[in-house]
Every structure is written in structure tokens, then in C-alpha cells.
Ligand binder design. Structure first.
Ligand code: BTN
Length: 329
């Protein structure tokens, strides 16, 4: 349901740098000009800046640089059916909050976003540093009714879609490092964490968590991470519109989910993987359950497991693990 805030923002953004008259907005919203002014004040408090002139009305001069729900919603090009966005100022982990919302009966699909996380999680229970309000922390909840062994392919497929989206959004293509890292120039800009509750042999519900370093300088991270991380703003050479990116991510994740649920992803998966995969033919070390395996990556199997050929020519498949690229000699 669009609120007065949505209507005002839509009008202001449709006129881009033009003026929108309060006298025209008021009847459109069925409220008085004073009430319009009150909404504008609320938007100001949320970080929007306007010029206001008695004769001409309002002109948007600045959008907030932290996440704003209505600003994301008015920029959604694809609005999934029955979709809802939950935007929180701060939460422990958006994946955990999505799980709680699922348990409380929130209908799918929905996304939980937060400006900050206090216990952001990565794979292997690692911390995903989420202090900065300049980045994206999002968790999407779905009920896909598929077999659990398709979950790995799901994360890889989502990663490919995020790569495609970023390539268009930033103008420079990232790569994907199996199974869940999004990299630019060998440095990590994003990570994915898919979690599912499984009933017998079916996934009951599935949470796809995505963290992207958007505008926060990586120097704010602990030094050992900062060296291996990159923010999209650094790749783009300037600040990235966080709310526009959030809207684009929502649209893309939903389209990708639809294709996955319909089995349509199989038509393009292999080509996209070939395009964005950073590991093919690379010598790597894979750490799995405390054991190190060295070899050359030859590809993926149907379940998204990594195929690694060792020095004796034997190929092993790995469903999980931590990959380190060997330095080129
Ligand atoms: C990884 O690289 O290990 C995965 C990182 C996933 C981080 C995201 S941020 C949003 C969501 N909430 C979390 O607690 N984790 C994921």
C-alpha cells in the first residue's frame, strides 16, 4: 500500500531536479498543504534535503545515504507479488531476524534489511563486520519446495545474478569465487550465506543472506580483512546510490528466484558460470574439515560441488570448503 511518503517521493523523483508544487500534491494525496509540509519535515528528518519556494513548491536536492524503506520501494522496477520489505535500523543479524519472522508467520517472499548488524555472520560462523551504515545487509526469505541438495546451486545461481547486476550497476564486472564470494580484482566486495530449514526431504524455508561492501571505506575493517576487501565505491570511483542498489538487488533476487523455482535457470547457468567463475583451471588449496587438498579446479558438478583434480590426475568433488588461490609463479 503506497503511503503519502511514497507518493511524494515518486513525484519528486519523477520530476528529477524539477519542482513539485505543494498545491498539486495536496489534492493528489487527499490531504491539506500543511499536512504535505509535515510529511516533508518527516522526510527531512530522515536525511532528505529539499529546496522549498512558496510559488514553485519543493525540489529534491539530496537523498539519504543510508537505507530508507520508501525510497527503496518507489525505485522497485519489479514488485514481486505479496512481497514485503522489513527495514530495521539495527539488528543482530538479518538472517536471524528473517528466521524469526518466518517462525512468527510472516508470509513469503520478504526481505529483511538493516542499516547495521551487531552480530552479522559469515560462513563457518565467522563475523561479518557490519558496523557501517553505508553498506548493504539483506536477507531474503522464500519457500521453494525443492530438495535440499539443490541449495548449493541456489547460492551459486544467486551469486551469478548478483554478479550480473553489479556488472551493469557499476560498469565493471566482478567474479565469483566458489562458493559464495563476490570479488573485484581479487578482493572481496560481497558474501552470501544461505540457510534453510529442512523437513524430511524438502526445504521448508530458505534464507538467502547477502552482504555487500558498498560505500564504507575498507580501512574501517580490521587490517587483515581490509587487505582482502574492497567497497563498490572504490571500484566505481565514487559513491554508489545505496537505496537504488538495494531496489535493484530486490528486483534481481526475485527474478532469479522465480527462474530457479521454475527450473529455468538451467538454460543459462553454465554460460554464466563460465563467464564469472574465478577458479576454473586455477591451482588452489581447499580447506575442508581441517584437511587441505591441493589441485586444479576443473569445474562444478550438477549439485554445484567443486571438482578438483590432484597431481595424480584424480578428481574429487567438494560440497563445502574454504578456497585459497595458489600464487601464480
Ligand atoms: C560470507 O562471506 O561468509 C557470507 C557473508 C554473508 C553476510 C550477510 S550480511 C546479511 C546477512 N546477515 C548475516 O548475518 N549474514 C548475511
Amino acid at each position: 500500500m503506497p503511503t503519502a511518503e511514497h507518493v511524494i517521493l515518486r513525484e519528486l523523483m519523477a520530476h528529477d531536479s524539477g519542482w513539485v508544487s505543494g498545491a498539486k500534491l495536496a489534492p493528489k494525496l487527499g490531504i491539506s498543504r500543511v499536512a504535505v509540509w509535515q510529511h516533508m519535515e518527516k522526510l527531512r528528518a530522515a536525511g532528505f534535503e529539499f529546496e522549498a519556494q512558496r510559488a514553485r513548491g519543493y525540489r529534491l536536492s539530496r537523498k539519504p545515504d543510508t537505507l530508507h524503506a520508501a525510497l527503496i520501494e518507489v525505485q522497485l522496477k519489479v514488485v514481486p507479488k505479496h512481497f514485503s520489505l522489513v527495514l530495521l535500523d539495527e539488528i543482530d543479524s538479518t538472517n536471524d531476524e528473517a528466521a524469526r519472522q518466518l517462525a512468527a508467520g510472516r508470509p513469503v517472499p520478504f526481505v529483511v534489511m538493516a542499516r547495521r548488524q551487531t552480530r552479522g555472520r559469515g560462513r563457518f560462523g565467522r563475523t561479518w563486520h557490519s558496523d557501517s551504515k553505508a553498506n548493504l545487509y539483506a536477507s531474503f526469505a522464500f519457500r521453494p519446495r525443492v530438495a535440499p541438495d539443490r541449495m548449493q546451486t541456489f547460492t551459486l545461481w544467486m551469486g551469478l545474478n548478483i554478479c550480473e547486476l553489479l556488472a551493469r550497476f557499476i560498469g565493471i564486472p566482478p567474479g565469483i569465487k566458489w562458493p559464495n564470494d563476490i570479488l573485484f580484482d581479487g578482493r572481496k566486495a560481497g558474501g552470501m550465506l544461505t540457510e534453510a530449514r529442512v523437513d524430511a526431504d524438502q526445504i521448508r524455508d530458505l534464507i538467502f543472506g547477502l552482504g555487500l561492501n558498498v560505500n564504507s571505506p575498507v580501512g574501517a575493517l580490521p587490517p587483515e580483512l581490509a587487505r582482502r576487501a574492497i567497497a563498490l565505491s572504490e571500484v566505481a570511483g565514487g559513491p554508489v546510490d545505496l537505496n537504488r542498489l538495494a531496489a535493484a538487488v530486490i528486483g534481481r533476487v526475485h527474478l532469479a528466484y522465480q527462474k530457479f523455482a521454475d527450473g529455468e535457470h538451467l538454460k543459462t547457468f553454465a554460460d554464466l558460470w563460465h563467464h564469472y567463475d574465478l577458479l576454473r583451471n586455477k591451482s588452489i588449496t581447499l580447506l575442508e574439515g581441517g584437511r587441505r587438498h591441493r589441485g586444479t579446479v576443473t569445474g562444478l558438478d550438477d549439485e554445484g560441488a567443486l571438482l578438483l583434480r590432484d597431481e595424480h590426475g584424480h578428481t574429487q568433488r567438494f560440497r563445502a570448503g574454504e578456497v585459497t588461490l595458489e600464487k601464480a609463479s
